[in-house]
Write a protein that binds this ligand. Structure first.
Ligand code: GDP
Ligand code: IMO
Ligand code: MG
Length: 425
């Protein structure tokens, strides 16, 4: 079975939690795009794991893979491996594989990301992790790959070849070009390359073989649908394709092998960084949801902007991903609100829309049209089954399901594994 899991909104929907929950039924879990701009939180008992690169299936028996469409900062990978070792989890080459073609984030990518963002009149609010510039080099065919990182001679040769151009770029942007050939940084990368040599693998081959043997494979996305570089809210997007089809392209698995596509959907909406968010709550209510939901970035610590559930954006996410089921997270966060609002459409230049306009500048002009539902007062975090939910919480879920026209499978009412139940049971 091949399952793809993607975020249906602007990221931070709770992908880490749901992937960890479902991973017990999978033999392989693979990250297919993005880099350490992602922050996926997995909570097991009192332990909180914040993952930026390693797939969230790591805590179970699955083999975890980092695909060639990912941009990988080796220092971050080393930190994550060390964090797991400290928790007694051995991340050896049986457990983790990294594709030979995975692009390496170099210190100069981080420098360039920072310089470019500082120079932009209208900011994107990037995570400044060098993600965009690592992808620029991939597309320009100027990247350094995992295969080079782990081979000292090839690494130094490739860096020598690329350095003059990178130095010029940094200089032109007013930065310090010395970072490109910084001997301390190069030495560190060589050390990391040596450490990671055993992890190198062919991810497409591994996944196709696993599927041929009848094993279960899960593809884990980073970011969210509307941050997709092609279909998202440009320019306020990330630099990779975050939607389900991207899993096939990036992992090298044919679309005919996909069995199901799971959406991770937050019961409201959040966004970190700039860009349109039609249902944004800027006042006290927004702060209340932010606080109740702990809506602060896992990677950058920035406050996440919060808003009511946005159905037009969700409908577009369903079209872009072809979801077969939905996992609804953070329902507990809405407890205590007298009225819940669902944005069922937009007003745009006097017209009613039930689907987002294609361009960001037009989405920015949309104002939400709401349907109101009564809230509930009871705490949900101890609820163990769907029929134990207060009636108004069930009404909210069922109304969303009716509007989305895709079945809700799991409902999450807290960060822990046990704080999840199936809707149908
Ligand atoms: P991801 O990037 O999609 O993996 O999501 P993040 O980990 O960045 O953000 C989700 C946050 O919400 C994390 O702190 C999770 O521990 C937490 N979380 C996940 N599901 C729930 C839930 O149902 N209720 C609450 N209260 N928190 C949750
Ligand atoms: P997870 O996987 C939320 C946002 C940044 C910024 C934009 C571009 O945890 O859901 P980038 O550094 O990628 O060039 O920044 O994308 N962004 C995310 N927002 N969750 C994420 O990942 C994100 N990764 C990037 O805030 O607006
Ligand atoms: Mg996150």
């Amino acid at each position: 079975m091949f399952t793809i899991i993607t975020g249906a909104q602007f990221g931070d929907e709770g992908k880490g939690k749901i992937v960890d929950l479902l991973a017990k039924d999978y033999d392989v879990v693979a990250r297919f795009q993005g880099g350490n701009n992602a922050g996926h939180t997995v909570r097991v008992g009192d332990e909180i794991y914040k993952l930026h690169l390693i797939p969230s299936g790591i805590l179970l028996d699955a083999r975890v893979l980092i695909g060639p469409g990912v941009v990988l900062n080796p220092e971050v990978l080393a930190e994550e491996i060390e964090m797991f070792e400290k928790h007694g989890i051995n991340v050896n080459s049986e457990k983790l594989g990294v594709d030979a073609k995975t692009s390496i984030i170099m210190p100069y990518h981080i420098e360039l990301d920072g310089l470019r963002e500082a120079a932009r009149e209208t900011k994107i609010g990037t995570t400044k992790r060098g993600i965009g510039y690592a992808y620029i080099d991939k597309v320009a065919r100027d990247e350094i790959r995992m295969a080079e990182l782990v081979d000292k001679e090839r690494f130094l040769k490739r860096l020598e070849e690329l350095a003059p151009q990178k130095e010029k770029e940094i200089e032109a942007m007013g930065g310090n070009p010395k970072i490109v050939r910084d001997t301390v940084l190069i030495k560190r990368y060589l050390e990391l390359g040596e450490q990671f040599a055993g992890y190198v693998t062919d991810v497409s081959r591994e996944i196709n073989q696993a599927l041929d043997e009848g094993k279960n494979v899960m593809a884990e996305a980073a970011q969210g649908t509307h941050l997709d570089v092609i279909h998202g809210t440009q320019k306020f997007v990330t630099s990779s394709s975050t939607i389900a089809g991207s899993a096939c392209a990036n992992l090298g698995v044919g679309p005919t092998r996909v069995d199901n596509v799971i959406a991770i959907v937050k019961a409201y909406i959040t966004r970190v960084g700039e860009g349109p968010l039609p249902t944004e709550l800027t006042g006290e209510l927004g702060e209340r949801i932010q606080k109740a939901g702990g809506e602060f970035g896992t990677t950058t610590g920035r406050g996440r902007r919060c808003g009511w559930f946005d159905l037009p954006l969700l409908k577009k996410a369903i079209s872009l991903n072809g979801y077969t089921e939905i996992s609804l997270t953070k329902l507990d966060v809405l407890t205590g609100l007298d009225t819940l609002r669902i944005c069922v459409g937009y007003k745009y230049k006097g017209e009613n829309l039930d689907y987002p306009p294609e361009l960001t500048e037009d989405l920015q002009e949309c104002s939400p049209v709401y349907e109101d539902l009564p809230g509930w007062k009871d705490d949900l975090t101890e609820v163990k089954a769907y029929n134990e939910l207060p009636e108004n919480a069930r009404n909210y879920v069922e109304r969303l399901e009716e509007l989305m026209k895709v079945p809700v499978n799991y409902i999450s009412v807290g960060p822990g594994r046990a704080q999840t139940f199936k809707k149908g049971e």
